[in-house]
Design a protein around this ligand. Sequence first.
Ligand code: HEM
Length: 405
Amino acid sequence: MLAADADLPLLNHDDPALTGEKFHEVLDDLAGRTWLVRSDLGYLVLGRDQGMALLKDRRLSFPAVELLELQGLTDGIIYERTTNGLMAQSGQPHARLRRLVSAAFTPRQVERLRPRLREYLAALWAEIAGQGSCEVVTALARPLPSMAIAELLGVPGDAALLARWSAGLQAVFDMDMTAKRAEIEAAYEEVRDYVLDLIARRRQQPGEDLMSALVHHEQDGDRLDDDEIITLSASVISGGTDTTESQLAHGLRLFAEHQDQWERLGNDPALAERASQEILRFEPIVPFTARLVREELELDGIVFPVGTVLFVCAATANRDPQVYADPGRFDIMADRGSAQVVTFGFGAHFCAGSHLARAEIVEALAFLAPRMRDLQPDGKAEFGTPTGIYTMRSLPVRFTARRPA
Ligand code: HEM
């Protein structure tokens, strides 16, 4: 049966009231009844198996370029960089870029950063420890990821610059090109000039950083050209900042709401790995990821014609009761088995920075929990909307600072 003819519930997932607990209540209730829901822009895929099948299906792709065309943009630097970016590519060209990036962006690159992450956390903590309260997003969650990306690229002094560009590049998703085009173009142009200069320096004098690896890595006679390195750097700057910020902020919110678990983690920071895994499962900050049907396909008796827009839902996939026992419970001690969370996507476009994001979250939890004791809300938390990146706008908390034993 054609999707358009199927009798499906309707949900406007852009509804600004759908945040926090309400968001999960509504979605989990729907997911218990149906794997597919109609929305104003297309269909929401709530079933875990169906969602994962679609994410690895080559007949669909991420509509990055279409999103720009919808906003009237068909040329210029934003259009070119997006067209050549990882998310917009598929098939062989995408596989080639991923191969070269993965060979440069190795787990070793991330391990190299851990001691630096701990130094940054210590500096951020020193600013707030004496106050007994803070707004978590500005004090901790926002600064850490751009510090990490700056370290990764080998430009540790330039975190603030990268944070500014990240905001500029991300504005592509605000769907307001008329107002934001100049700002986004300026960010792309500045990134291009900056990266070109960095490439020249690393070519002369390579270091241990990702930029040096991208410049010097060669595989079977193939290597990234300058243009590809610029585009990839823009993806790392924009993809690696707001995402980790939001995941860390939601994570600290969950712990402020579950004080017994924060205390447990504080007494045993070695639990940080599993705590981070439970945060990622419970509150994926890319709750929906979009796909465009390029070739007609049928799934579980439903036919999706070319041009259909689907939003695959990680939030419900991560709470599938067939896979996780008592999935609506945030519990860092629960045995969640080995099932993969869908927070970083699935298939060809699986997040290229997942190991860095995990390292940042684990280091932050392991550092903060023994020091930031009695963490609790201190006023109303402000949530972003769970479309695109599900941010925390503000998270005021109180705590008792303690020097760990
Ligand atoms: C908790 C933090 C993060 C989350 C939840 C996250 C989530 C995601 C998701 C869901 C996708 C796939 C989207 C899709 O298939 O439609 C993705 C792709 C990507 N992410 Fe992340 N991400 C995070 C952090 C990072 C970091 C730190 C970096 C870079 C250092 C990064 C770089 C990328 C890139 C380059 C892609 C595109 C991969 C491709 O198209 O092959 N992300 N991310």
